[in-house]
Write a protein that binds this ligand. Structure first.
Ligand SMILES: Cc1cc2nc3c(=O)[nH]c(=O)nc-3n(C[C@H](O)[C@H](O)[C@H](O)COP(=O)(O)OP(=O)(O)OC[C@H]3O[C@@H](n4cnc5c(N)ncnc54)[C@H](O)[C@@H]3O)c2cc1C
Length: 302
């Protein structure tokens, strides 16, 4: 433990970006839930990330986060280093419809930038509060669109610090899934968008944003849809059918507005959310005979 502490201090001394010890992760998740990370590192740029990876030397446990909008961090937090891919990764290069983008862009900001340039293909992502890096890991999607439709390749670093670029076919995108080498840290991607009229793009974005506002409990902290949709069905429908809408454990509640959202009603702990997820999984299995799989990533010490 003391050994790991020394290594973490050496990492903090080696990188140029911000380093925070014992940083509570509820400050970095859309759920507003999560215990402390031993060390949170925000590399200043891709070179600085490489320095951090080399200093980690694959000996200190590490975890990557983007905007923290699809993770449930345990109450005890994360031992080792958490690397935040954010501000230092906002490259934006354009040649016609081809874009080279940093993983630290937030999706809503990126979608709006594309709209202003008359680039179409990402409108569906307008209200998704993730980073581009997180969206590439999750193959984020909504309203018939998904990352796989626009991505040409994804680049980043292997845990050794060696750069690598993978083509879209190599990544094998599928529903809320993508395959990368173990420990791969995404720093950006190449994307191909079509040209479009900014006003028409705006109208499509507004349509999807309106649907979100009407259907999702956006005034309370959450991680979006908590379970994946089973093939040919909707988790929201099944959870409703099983009579679990509004079910509560501690500060966590199955949203009455959208049954596939668990919301932090106030002071929810990760343990509350997990317990509620267990109850929902069991209830749906019992009432509907369907096994739900979580979409949210559960991380840390449980
Ligand atoms: C209100 C709300 C609505 C949502 N709506 C949608 C929706 O319509 N469709 C949808 O698909 N999702 C939706 N989500 C979920 C979430 O926003 C997406 O999955 C998003 O793409 C996650 O991005 P993130 O940066 O927050 O990732 P994080 O939550 O930070 O991380 C998610 C996973 O990606 C990994 N990761 C993140 N960045 C990197 C990186 N640079 N390199 C390597 N690994 C990385 C993490 O280790 C983790 O395993 C919603 C969430 C909320 C709160």
């Amino acid at each position: 433990m003391r050994d790991t502490g020394d290594k973490l201090r050496r990492i903090a001394a080696a990188v140029r970006g911000r380093c925070l010890f014992d940083e509570p992760l509820f400050r970095h998740t859309s759920f507003r839930i999560g215990g402390p990370a031993d060390l949170l590192v925000a590399p200043a740029d891709p070179d600085d990330l490489r320095t951090a990876l080399k200093a980690l030397d694959r000996k200190v446990p590490s975890y990557i986060i983007g905007n923290g909008s699809n993770i449930l961090v345990s109450d005890r937090g994360i031992r080792g280093a958490v690397i935040w891919i954010g501000k230092g990764f906002r490259q934006f290069e354009r040649r016609g419809g081809l874009l080279k983008l940093g993983a630290g862009h937030s999706l809503p900001g990126l979608v709006d930038q594309c709209r202003a340039l008359g680039l179409s293909g990402m409108e569906w992502a307008a209200g998704i509060p993730g980073s581009l890096g997180g969206a590439l890991v999750m193959n984020a999607g909504a309203y018939g669109g998904q990352m796989a439709d626009v991505v040409e390749s994804v680049f980043g670093y292997l845990p050794s610090g060696k750069p690598a670029e993978l083509s879209a076919p190599e990544i094998k995108f599928s529903y809320r899934r993508a395959r990368y080498p173990s420990g791969f840290v995404i720093t950006g991607c190449r994307m191909k968008l079509a040209s479009g009229n900014p006003a028409a793009i705006r109208r499509r974005m507004d349509k999807w944003l309106g649907k979100r506002r009407a259907n999702q409990p956006l005034s309370l902290p959450s991680a979006g849809c908590i379970f994946k949709n089973p093939e040919g069905d909707s988790a929201r429908r099944l959870i409703g059918l099983a009579g679990l809408r509004g079910r509560r454990v501690g500060g966590a509640q199955v949203s009455a507005k959208h049954a596939n959202f668990i919301v932090n009603y106030g002071g929810a702990r990760a343990a509350d959310v997990r317990k509620l997820m267990d109850q929902v999984t069991k209830g749906v299995r019992r009432e509907c005979g369907v096994q739900l799989a979580p979409e949210v990533k559960m991380i840390g010490e449980w």
